[in-house]
Ligand binder design. Sequence first.
Ligand SMILES: Cc1cc2nc3c(=O)[nH]c(=O)nc-3n(C[C@H](O)[C@H](O)[C@H](O)COP(=O)(O)OP(=O)(O)OC[C@H]3O[C@@H](n4cnc5c(N)ncnc54)[C@H](O)[C@@H]3O)c2cc1C
Ligand code: SF4
Length: 488
Amino acid sequence: MGKITGFLEFKRENESYIAPEKRIENYKEFTITLPENHLKDQGARCMDCGIPFCHSGCPLGNLIPDFNDKVYKGKWKEAAEILHKTNNFPEFTGRLCPAPCEEACVLGINEDPVTIENIEKNIVETAFNEGWITAQPPKVRTKKTVAVIGSGPAGLAAAQQLNRAGHTVTVFERDEKVGGLLRYGIPDFKMEKHVIDRRVAVLEEEGITFKTNAHVGSNVDANQLKDDFDAVVLCGGATVRRSIPIPGADLKGVTQAMDFLKLNNQYVDGLVDFKDIISAKGKDVIVIGGGDTGSDCIGTSNRHGATSVTNFEILSKPTEGRPAHQPWPYWPMKLKTTSSHQEGVERFFSISTKEFLGDKDGNLIGLKTVEVEWIFKPGERPQLKEVPNTEKEWKCELALLALGFTGAEKTLADQFGLNMDFRTNIEASTKDYATNVPGVFAAGDMRRGQSLIVWAISEGRQAAYHVDTYLMGESSLPLKDDGDLPRI
Ligand SMILES: Cc1cc2nc3c(=O)[nH]c(=O)nc-3n(C[C@H](O)[C@H](O)[C@H](O)COP(=O)(O)OP(=O)(O)OC[C@H]3O[C@@H](n4cnc5c(N)ncnc54)[C@H](O)[C@@H]3O)c2cc1C
Ligand code: SF4
């Protein structure tokens, strides 16, 4: 343990942000790094608990007290080694993870928890800056070949683990660049894309081949892949978007959030002209959906120069603090105010959109809503009830649908002959990540449904262990004990 009295001496200190009016002038990350001595103090707050609940709060099982202790002692290189034992890409999670570990931190019972996520980011950034993150190609090749389909965090993690086990790995990605939702969903102001490029360069140096514009099931034949490779790992994500089947849904201006975000990220990357994106400039924007995707649409709309940004969420407003029925160390459903919310938005809860309104040319000019209430009865699914006389019309020229995803695309499942589960994900159990077709495995959002980066990395790593075992009869890759502790 670092400093025995650290948690008594030091208060939690978060990194600060560039002011909203300044940061919305561009798409760059806007966090201001804490000085090293402050970071050490934050590491010193870790109590090295007898049972570190943070380990199980983290889907990767990160060895949090161990790296906190090294940070406190200024041993950054050792901290980076510990961190990379369980997490292939802490630069992604250190920026983007909702940090369930912090909700499970024992200090969080009666104090502010340790700033685990920020410490993680600073460890990996120090490691890159110091040149400690170098390619680790395997010493011996097994002559086995593996195709990974999809280059999001699950595919990248599976590929790196399998390559380290000595297999020859090719990643097939249908987009023009690698990264999945890290690249085309999450805006640059949350994570600049050179962060992905920097890591992919290491993976390439380790010997992984990336084939982009390679759409399996379209310009790459799925059955050919099965013949050409000893194993296939499907990491294609949960890409089927939820729509809203109400009158006016086909008006010009009713837009899926992912179309809006992807084009914008391509624009920021210089791949698309501003005139070809879906612009929010000078428009009254309404974002329907209160999750991460909705928040990213709010931040992007403000950067475009929207006239107004409004956010609707059909669920009722969560409490500011931890609800009584979700005690520590469970993940609490509490009100989240993101950096994008702070940049300017009016948020409404318990509101349902009934109709989109258009002009005679088919352009969106507004929408109609009604307030709703949720009725909870023991043993029954919650019921949604409209509140009488609460209909309202709103002016709006761009409505962004951030309603989540319903599951994986069927094409791949059909081509490989795979079973899908009742939630239209690829069916494969966490016992071995194997599908019903021998040699074909699935991981990440494609298997578990829409989730988080940290889970995608975790699934990629777990699946790699089982693929390696399938190919070699045993595996020396790390395998995490999934346990039965609270998960998000
Ligand atoms: C807008 C948005 C913001 C988010 N923000 C956060 C956040 O802040 N923090 C967080 O933890 N999570 C966030 N998430 C969720 C997170 O991004 C996902 O859970 C995670 O990326 C899933 O990883 P994955 O590798 O399983 O799939 P994906 O990242 O979806 O990658 C799948 C890849 O497979 C490719 N692919 C699919 N089919 C084929 C095919 N047939 N052939 C070739 N390639 C194919 C796709 O092009 C894609 O590149 C966000 C999601 C969205 C949409
Ligand atoms: S990956 Fe997420 S849950 Fe795990 S230690 Fe980092 S911030 Fe916490």
